[in-house]
Design a protein around this ligand. Structure first.
Ligand code: ADP
Ligand code: NG1
Ligand code: MG
Length: 472
């Protein structure tokens, strides 16, 4: 298995493992393989597995340059792949609601339409495109069958699992040697072709996850270190029954833009060359202040009322056209008002909570105290995401509220606006917590009718990142 490269070693990311999954995984592989054979009348040559993730703390800070603390989960995307000499990609999905797709690998086109969820195959094309851009030779074609059980658009990173799996399959099919860190960075850049301007957390944990510990992931440069969670900690994921495809609306990119604009206005006010400041972390480095001092700076330099686009142009002394080009994306140029104070405040405080979370895991030797402190940080994170970042959803808030007194803390995880919460419980309280949510949130909820409750609320633990398998 490939080594992590934060110890300076540069190992290949593509070791071929013997397939030794659990019974469940075995059944999924068999189904995937059968689907492949029926579709293509050929045998797959290799399999790729890339997990989803749950972020424990550090939400909406990766694209601002700050570190995050996720772990890979037990749900994943799996691909069965056969490289072929004809430069053609053929895709099929075991879920028949995702239609088959094919195209020439030399003329990929990724559809991005405002207000519309991209077709599923576009996520695959993102990963493939990223590899084609660095491939020194012409690409082979691929026959691919896809199966996945990461809940869609629920903040558990099904999109990045698919993009990263496509990149890994294309790299392996073309015998491209890359480290895990390199392919994680490539996958993060590639996913931006879908239109969202994410920061790289999801693709990083997809490749760097290891069994048994969460990861503290830093960016620029990408680095990951193990975080041992306190003894007795059990994390639970609960689905809010609301979903949002992040590439469909401008919500996500609007937050990215607000953070960018907040950094630029504060930089200008401090007499810095603001055009070069592209993130809130850049600004912090430029002013050499602590995170707590940055919170004070936000309060001093940015007003609470939303900034109109006109006011921002006035502050920065630029035309609207210039601002559109420098600081906004195609789906945020139409936005008339931006909340800069609140978003920047969240980011600096959340970045500080990640630091505190990691410190507790590292230094608090009394596990009951450690658990209490982590729970408190998670509760604060949710409040901030709800009130300052405004990316929660009434169902997420209800789940958090229902867990009070039963979980040590809970918070929305992933981008938000629907999706899942993650809650910190213990070995002793996890069953009571899960049963309470089943009773009070899911049973009788029309959106949960016909669904297996164990797939909506479940305990999770740190899992392995991406792998390539060959069947014996
Ligand atoms: P998430 O929070 O899960 O990352 P996104 O809104 O970013 O959600 O992306 C979800 C999209 O990813 C889906 O709408 C679908 O197009 C694609 N996707 C994820 N998993 C699968 C899968 N198993 N099969 C097909 N498409 C998938
Ligand atoms: P999800 O929940 O997968 O849409 C998104 C971003 C992350 C990060 C989180 C918020 C992508 C691919 N993912 O995750 O980079 O910004 O939101 O913390 O853009
Ligand atoms: Mg996503």
């Amino acid at each position: 298995m490939a080594e992590e490269t934060n110890n300076g070693m540069k190992n290949n990311y593509t070791p071929v493992l013997q397939l030794q999954g659990s019974k469940l995984r075995g059944a999924r592989v068999t189904q995937l393989k059968n689907h492949f054979v029926i579709k293509y009348k050929e045998e797959p040559e290799f399999f790729v597995r890339v997990p989803g993730r749950v972020n424990l703390i550090g939400e909406h800070v990766d694209y601002c340059g700050y570190s995050v603390l996720p772990m890979a989960i037990q749900y994943d995307i799996m691909l069965a792949v056969k490289p072929v000499s004809v430069p053609k990609l053929q895709l099929t999905n075991t879920d028949s609601s995702h239609s088959d797709f094919q195209c020439d690998v030399n003329s990929l086109s990724i559809e991005v339409k405002k207000g519309v969820s991209p077709p599923w195959h576009s996520y695959f094309l993102c990963g493939l495109k990223g590899v084609l851009e660095v491939l020194p030779q012409d690409s082979v074609g691929m026959l691919v069958a896809v199966t996945g059980n990461v809940p869609l658009s629920a903040g558990l990173s099904s999109s990045s699992a698919l993009v990263s799996a496509a990149a890994l399959a294309a790299a392996h099919a073309n015998m491209l040697k890359m480290t895990k860190l390199e392919i994680a960075s490539l996958s993060a850049s590639s996913e931006r072709y879908i239109g969202t301007q994410g920061g790289g957390m999801d693709q990083a944990i997809a490749f760097l996850g290891t069994k048994g510990c969460a990861k503290h992931i830093q960016f620029n440069p990408l680095l990951s270190e193990d975080v041992k969670l306190p003894d007795g900690a059990v994390f639970v994921i609960a689905h809010s029954l609301a979903v949002l495809n992040k590439a469909k609306t401008s919500d996500f990119n609007c937050r990215v833009a607000e953070c960018h604009l907040a950094a630029q206005i504060m930089a200008k006010k401090r007499g810095l060359s603001w055009e070069k400041v592209s993130s809130l972390a850049d600004l912090q480095s430029a002013v050499s202040a602590s995170l707590v001092e940055m919170v004070d700076l936000v309060k001093e330099l940015l007003h609470e009322e939303p900034y109109s686009k006109e006011e921002i142009c006035g502050e920065l002394e630029v035309s609207e056209g210039f601002l559109d080009q420098l600081s906004l994306s195609s789906n945020t140029t139409h936005i008339s008002h931006f909340k800069l104070h609140q978003r920047a405040l969240h980011v600096y405080q959340e970045a500080n909570r990640v630091r505190a979370f990691q410190e507790v895991c590292q230094n608090e030797t009394v596990s009951s105290l450690a658990l209490m402190k982590l729970g408190e940080l998670m509760r604060e994170s949710h409040e901030s995401l709800k009130n300052l970042y405004e990316c929660s959803h009434p169902n997420l808030d209800k789940l958090v509220y229902l867990g009070e007194g039963r979980a040590l803390g809970s918070r929305l995880t992933g981008a938000g606006w629907g999706g899942c919460i993650v809650a910190l419980t213990t070995k002793d309280t996890v069953s009571d917590y899960i049963n309470t949510l089943k009773e009070k949130f899911y049973k009788g909820n029309p959106a949960a009718v016909g669904k297996d409750l164990d797939s909506l609320v479940f305990a999770t633990e740190p899992n392995t990142g991406a792998e390539i398998y060959k069947l014996e």
